[in-house]
Design a binder for this molecule. Structure first.
Ligand code: SF4
Length: 456
């Protein structure tokens, strides 16, 4: 989809739709998962997946970072003591071995992702040792999509060389913003030169795809300052760009409340100016707007999947691997196996204890019922394809949809001759609001729910 933002977003529209809404990397969203979901439910889902012989996606959470970026909402362990990695490595390797025994060897691993935290906090030798265990215990396909998040501030040439030799083919790096005032306010000083050096080295080493993460809505950002960052990003020419909305949740994430004062944040109007300008600038320079917060070059698999309607959404954002069951390893990691979601224990010591007992360290989850499955499907269609079919099952949601059509976010609800409802250009900015119409849990709590980030 080529996209040039002609949408003019009024103050009224922003006022009405700038409300707390989930990002829908899952449905039902994580607050609905409970501790009633136990290890045996996880095992049952894993056996069902073996019967279905579905391909496998593996996510590893490597939680350590050298310093705390103030905006960050990830589950991280901040430490400069590098020996903290060795017990973690030992335990996650044991989790790999246990999971390798559980998963049928006929099933191939099509996708591997190392996230965090900062995976390159681990030394090249530790990453090599970790990857060897992985290879010994899983049937990894020859064209496996193997990615890693790197932080240019702690990633050496040796890291890049080792990763390339091991077969990693995708690299993702956080930049957020190149402006020094913003970087100072979020405690993340990262120069353009260091970032460029890593990207050049990754390209020269044969990495197929480079992704960059940016964030809008950070302290002291304006449309003008962020436009300079976008210009620098265009010079770096990454294959994919994720432009996330900063989720300011000081009541949940204490360092945000402590270090990021409300009055340093851009207004909703300024944020939408930043986002609109970024969309225009990226699409004018050849990037395809994939939806919500992702952009890709036209020949990138994500752009192709968007065109072919095979795009899918999971915890890492948009993906082309829709048929895989996802297994998350390490603290906090999330699995999505058949019609279940589950999450690992969040703290290091209880995680170590569970692994020492040879348990799968599941602490909460959910098994989807029929209603959840139908709603999940329609929410994914809205977020991934920007269109969905009318379905009598959702007749009570229809009044809410008509309100959205009256505000210009969708079209087709009044058209009795067509089954399709399409998201408009203006609606592209409010995909989460449109998806939220089908969120049974959110709709039944409207007015009480305050823990999600603002949609714009
Ligand atoms: S943004 Fe990345 S480097 Fe910074 S604290 Fe979060 S995970 Fe660590």
């Amino acid at each position: 989809m080529s996209f040039k933002s002609r949408a003019k977003l009024s103050k009224e529209l922003l006022g009405k739709y700038s409300v707390s809404i989930p990002r829908y990397t899952s449905y039902p969203t994580a607050p609905e998962w409970t501790e009633q979901f136990k290890e045996q439910d996880f095992l049952k889902a894993a056996h069902n997946a073996n019967r279905a012989k579905s391909p496998v996606s593996l996510y590893f959470h490597l939680p350590f970072c050298e310093s705390q970026c103030y905006f960050c909402g990830c589950n991280v362990v901040i430490s400069k003591k590098k020996d903290i990695t060795s017990p973690y490595l030992e335990h996650i390797k044991k989790e790999i071995i246990n999971l390798g025994r559980l998963i049928d060897r006929e099933r191939t691993v099509e996708q591997i992702h190392l996230g965090g935290g900062t995976p390159t906090y681990f030394s090249p030798e530790e990453i090599t040792d970790f990857y060897k265990t992985l290879k010994d215990n899983f049937n990894i396909s020859d064209d496996c999509e193997t990615g890693i998040e790197v932080d240019p501030r702690v990633t050496s040439s040796e890291h890049i060389k080792t990763l390339a030799e091991l077969g990693f083919n995708r690299i993702s790096m956080g930049i957020q913003d190149f402006n020094p005032v913003v970087q100072n306010a979020i405690n993340r000083l990262q120069s353009y030169e260091d970032t460029e050096k890593i990207i050049i080295h990754a390209r020269d080493s044969g990495f197929k795809s480079i992704n960059i993460d940016l964030i809008y809505g950070l302290p002291f950002q304006t449309k003008e300052t962020f436009a300079e960052t976008i210009d620098l990003i265009l010079k770096l020419s990454p294959d994919r760009i994720a432009l996330f909305h900063y989720a300011h949740l000081p009541q949940l994430i204490h360092h945000q409340g402590k270090y990021i004062p409300e009055n340093s944040l851009p207004s909703s109007e300024e944020k939408i100016r930043i986002f609109q300008h970024s969309v225009d600038s990226l699409t004018e320079n050849g990037y395809v707007f994939i939806g919500l917060d992702h952009f890709a070059k036209p020949d990138d698999e994500l752009a192709t999947a968007r065109r072919n309607k095979t795009l899918h959404r999971n915890f890492q954002g948009y993906t082309t691997k829709s048929s895989c069951d996802l297994y998350g390893l390490g603290i906090t990691a999330i699995s999505n196996i058949q019609n279940t979601y589950s999450q690992n224990i969040k703290k290091l010591n209880p995680y170590y204890e569970a692994i020492d007992l040879n348990n799968f360290p599941v602490f909460r989850g959910i098994g989807l019922n029929k209603d959840d499955i139908l709603r999940k499907e329609i929410i994914m269609k809205i977020l991934c394809h920007g269109e969905f079919n009318k379905n009598e099952y959702f007749s009570s949601e229809f009044d809410l949809l008509k309100n959205l059509e009256d505000d210009g976010l969708i079209s087709g609800t009044y058209d009795k001759s067509s089954r399709r409802i399409l998201v408009t250009e203006t609606g592209q900015f409010f995909l989460r609001n449109i998806a939220a119409v089908f969120d049974y849990y959110l709709q039944s709590k409207i007015g009480k729910q305050k823990v999600f980030s603002k949609s714009v």
